[in-house]
Design a protein around this ligand. Structure first.
Ligand SMILES: [Zn+2]
Length: 542
């Protein structure tokens, strides 16, 4: 086909304005969006991108310009753009010329396969399709699947591309060169100069949204630039663990105030955990507001694997029964009407290290927290690695002994099976030290006693620590071999309890390491305290 459809020609080399309001935004109202669109058209926009049939129908009464229609749908907190043919048909009936839909290769719990939607939009609606993608691979698949145009909309918004907070010029170049389709530059274009550059670099057209149509976002950019916001705003951080839930108000320097804490009531299941969390958040919020402080957001750290993008608990252990699948962000947003960020608790501790701890001076480090288990996280280039499912940095479950001790995860020989409070107690007692503790004493208490004995020079306690240091050195050496970070930072009561432990781990890791003497791997003791999870959760809001 050599003829380009008219609506595509009308936006060639031109600006399309995305007229949408975020959920909960004061401008989220059809008549308001209609007026914003009218202003954009008055300013010379060649086309519009609009969410929902209702808004399109309203705007269509004012203009004949091409409209790229989308329908955002949420389920369990997950967002997808035009996830089913029915939505596309509604957009068409309302007057859209082009239907944009999510053609990323993410898997979704609902909706039709995008290939099927593309085919039916062409056949039954006779409209053009713009494929919203995040990567070159997805764009090539969309082109092969019949998409008429490719939009870069979702770059930075999928697990694979998370962290891309600027427009990707290399991706634009690749798409222009390789897809054979008109490329719509969209997402993170915030200045007129960037819009012009996109066209000069081969984009068919440029879609700009927030930088034109969202006063809240624009205001925040100015406030941030002036720097006042930096000094005045605080966020609430919440740390949901297997035994307790902690919350507090955290300022930009990491100072925690208005601390509230409660038992998790994990055995009572999901609703009880959620209710306990709600209560501590409410306590902090009330205390802050009584002091005239309005928190800028709510950060939640939870045990288990968390889908950072959707805020849904992806997986959880038996420590939090029924917690998997819970839409934690949706729950908190609904109750507190604040922006909410959700992270895994180990990752939150790493964020605390990055923003408020030793990590401030580092761009590449690995943090390991040792307690009942071993948690961890990897910071690379100043950013926390989450991985596809939020599992990146699960250092506790890498194997240090083939066919070794059984681990809670079901495998054999994991680091966590050798380095933990339980392992420390086991080593100590295996040296025929008569157990002088009453039965039922919690592991944490026993471990604390051993650390006190070690600090006092007790031979058996020192020996137990030394055995653990040997195992941990294996894991740490593996980390240095694989990632070559600037430092490995250790935290947790077990580590903090005995001053010589970190030094011994560093020495033994060095001796195990390939070219260890030349590399001088640094192992350091974290300065983070018991509220690292709370601080890190809040940092994710900042
Ligand atoms: Zn394991």
């Amino acid at each position: 086909m050599s003829l380009t459809p008219e609506s595509m020609n009308l936006i060639k080399g031109k600006l399309v304005v995305s007229c949408q309001a975020a959920p909960g935004d004061p401008l989220e109202d059809t008549e308001t969006i209609r007026r914003i669109a009218r202003a954009a058209v008055g300013g010379g926009a060649a086309g519009l991108r609009v969410n929902s049939a209702e808004d399109i129908a309203a705007i269509r009464r004012d203009t004949d310009l091409p409209i790229i229609g989308i329908k955002k749908k949420y389920l369990n907190g997950q967002l997808r753009i035009t996830p089913d043919f029915e939505s596309a048909a509604e957009l068409a009936a309302a007057g859209a010329n082009i239907v944009a839909l999510d053609c990323t290769n993410r898997t979704w719990p609902f909706g039709d396969p995008w290939q099927e939607i593309v085919e039916r939009i062409h056949r039954e609606l006779n409209l053009l399709v713009m494929a919203d993608i995040a990567t070159l691979g997805e764009a090539l698949a969309a082109a092969a699947g019949g998409a008429d145009m490719i939009g870069m909309t979702l770059n930075g918004y999928t697990e694979e591309t998370r962290g891309n907070s600027a427009f990707s010029w290399p991706l634009l170049a690749d798409l222009v060169r390789q897809t054979g389709r008109p490329i719509v530059a969209e997402g993170h274009i915030s200045t007129p100069a960037e819009a012009r550059r996109a066209i000069e670099n081969g984009a068919w057209s440029v879609v700009v949204g927030s930088a034109i149509t969202r006063p809240g976002t624009i205001t925040a950019r100015f406030v941030d630039a002036i720097g006042r916001r930096h000094k005045t705003t605080s966020a609430i951080g919440v740390d949901i663990g297997g035994t307790s839930i902690k919350a507090g108000l955290v300022d930009r320097e990491g100072r925690v105030s208005f601390i509230s804490q409660t038992p998790t009531r994990a055995r009572e299941g999901r609703d009880a955990i959620a209710a306990a969390a709600e209560q501590v958040i409410e306590n902090v919020l009330t205390a802050a507001r009584n002091e005239g402080i309005q928190p800028c957001g709510l950060g939640i750290a939870s045990a288990g694997a968390i889908d950072v993008q959707t805020g849904v608990v992806f997986a959880a252990t038996d420590n939090l029964p029924g917690w998997a699948g819970f839409d934690l962000r949706g729950f908190a947003e609904e109750r507190f009407h604040l922006p909410v960020q959700v992270n895994n608790d180990a990752h939150a501790a790493v964020l605390a290290e990055l923003h408020f701890g030793l990590g401030r001076e580092l761009s590449d480090f690995v943090a390991i927290t040792i307690g009942t288990g071993v948690g961890g996280g990897i910071v690379s280039g100043g950013k926390l690695l989450c991985g596809q499912h939020g599992f990146a940095g699960t250092i506790g479950h890498h194997t240090i002994r083939f066919d070794g001790r059984p681990c809670n995860c079901g495998r054999l020989g994991c680091l966590e099976a050798y380095v933990s409070t339980a392992a420390l107690i086991q080593e100590y007692e295996s040296q025929n030290v008569r157990r002088q503790n009453e039965p039922g004493t919690p592991d944490a208490t026993l471990a604390l006693r051993i650390s006190q004995l070690a600090s006092a020079g007790d031979t058996a306690a020192l020996q137990a620590y030394s055995v653990l240091a040997g195992y941990l050195a294996e894991g740490v050496a593996n980390i240095f071999n694989i990632l070559d970070p600037e430092a490995v930072i250790l935290s947790g009561g077990l580590v903090e309890g005995h001053a010589g432990f970190v030094t011994e781990v560093e020495q033994r890791a060095t001796s195990l390491l390939h070219f260890g003497g030349k590399r001088k791997p640094r192992v350091r003791l974290s300065e983070a305290g018991q509220y690292a999870g709370v601080q890190g959760a809040a940092a994710s809001v900042f």
